[in-house]
Design a protein around this ligand. Structure first.
Ligand code: 5GP
Length: 169
């Protein structure tokens, strides 16, 4: 596997995050909002996004893992306790929405836990790969059908610490 050129630079990421934060603030006002970060991929995005928000929000992380291949869409999520979700507006924060299986599952589970509303926020969106109907309301960048790493996204546990997003081919 070879690390390719920069697809999305550190500067582009730094520019888009305050724009997303401004949209979130406009849409939610003072409503009780909890960011639910899907680990480990969302680690950088979650940390930067929450610090770009000029208001207080709650924050939870969950772990999502795919098994038997992503295509099968089998996603296991370690859910937070009900009392951390119930009655809140939930914003799911993902690194990338690919097939949409993780996002779809997260939306369903947050609704079951009594969320007042559930929306999806992702730094990257790969719409050409979608197999589930999910609405990514807040998205940073569309990416083509390629495997990308960096800014939280890994390959075999590596590359998460890159400050930009690159193709791995
Ligand atoms: P989905 O459930 O939407 O198919 O996939 C979600 C997860 O798959 C993402 O949170 C991410 O962990 C992983 N994933 C999807 N596409 C890529 C990619 O291009 N690069 C990396 N590193 N992970 C990806």
């Amino acid at each position: 596997m070879t690390l390719g050129d920069i697809l999305i630079s550190e500067a582009e990421i730094a520019q888009v995050i305050p724009e997303i934060a401004a949209e979130i603030v406009e849409d939610y006002g003072d409503a009780r909002l909890v960011l639910v970060g899907v680990m480990d991929g969302a680690v950088c995005f979650l940390a930067d996004l929450m610090r770009a928000l000029p208001r207080s929000v709650e924050m939870i992380t969950v772990r999502a893992q795919s098994y038997e291949g992503r295509e099968a869409g089998n996603v296991v999520i370690d859910l937070p306790p009900r009392e951390r979700i119930e009655g809140r507006h939930v914003l799911i924060v993902e690194d990338i929405v690919d097939t949409g299986a993780t996002a779809e599952m997260m939306v369903e589970e947050m609704a079951k836990l009594g969320a007042e509303s559930v929306e999806i926020c992702a730094l990257l969106d790969k719409p050409s790969r979608r197999t589930r109907e999910v609405d990514v309301v807040y998205a940073g960048f569309d990416v083509p059908d390629m495997f990308v790493v960096g800014y939280g996204l890994d390959y075999d546990g590596l590359y998460r610490n890159l400050r930009d997003v690159r193709e791995l081919a």
